[in-house]
Design a protein around this ligand. Structure first.
Ligand SMILES: [Fe+2]
Length: 181
């Protein structure tokens, strides 16, 4: 499905998705979670990009697309991966959907209780670039440079997520994902 989507809208997001999947698989396995489940979630979290190059639109499109196919667990990841603070307003990028669609996302997000897989993909989205695993602080600095700002609460939550999974694994996260120092 990722290959089919990447053919419709080619871009670095395909390799990013693969790297997020590998990160998620490694961390999940090291934490006693289901590595294969985490892998598939990582692979599919940005699947909304098959419909074109959009910002918040990719969240909405992926969520709806996966729901339409009956993949509820993946739809949930498409919805939650961009909002580690459960706050839609934290989104970095354009709000390129209608007000009604924003309200729909907000309601769905508010009704969702994050589990460890939601948190894992949020973390891995910040760790996996198209080129491989990156330093989470460097990645956030890069986003800040490209978009002009980065919400402090989002920054702090990403670090908290990293610490959470390091505690769960009992290991340094970069060791777990095999990042070269
Ligand atoms: Fe992503």
């Amino acid at each position: 499905m990722l290959k089919e989507a990447a053919a419709l809208n080619p871009g670095p997001w395909e390799k990013h998705s693969l790297n997020v999947a590998l990160c998620a698989e490694n961390i999940a396995s090291a934490c006693g979670m289901d590595g294969e489940r985490a892998y598939v979630m990582g692979l599919m979290h940005d699947i909304g990009r098959r419909f074109g190059t959009r910002h918040l639109g990719h969240v909405y499109d992926g969520w709806k697309y996966m729901l339409s196919l009956g993949y509820k667990d993946i739809a949930r990841i498409c919805l939650t991966h961009s909002f580690c603070n459960k706050n839609l307003q934290d989104y970095i990028g354009n709000f390129d959907i209608t007000k009604a669609q924003i309200a729909e996302l907000e309601a769905a997000l508010a009704a969702t209780q994050f589990d460890e897989y939601d948190r894992l993909i949020q973390l891995c989205d910040a760790l996996g670039s198209a080129d491989g695993v990156v330093d989470i602080e460097e990645r956030m600095a890069d986003v800040k440079a490209r978009y002009g700002s980065y919400p402090q609460e989002k920054h702090d939550m990403n670090i908290a997520l990293k610490n959470r999974f390091e505690k769960l694994c009992g290991r340094n996260i970069y060791q777990v994902v095999g990042k070269q120092p």
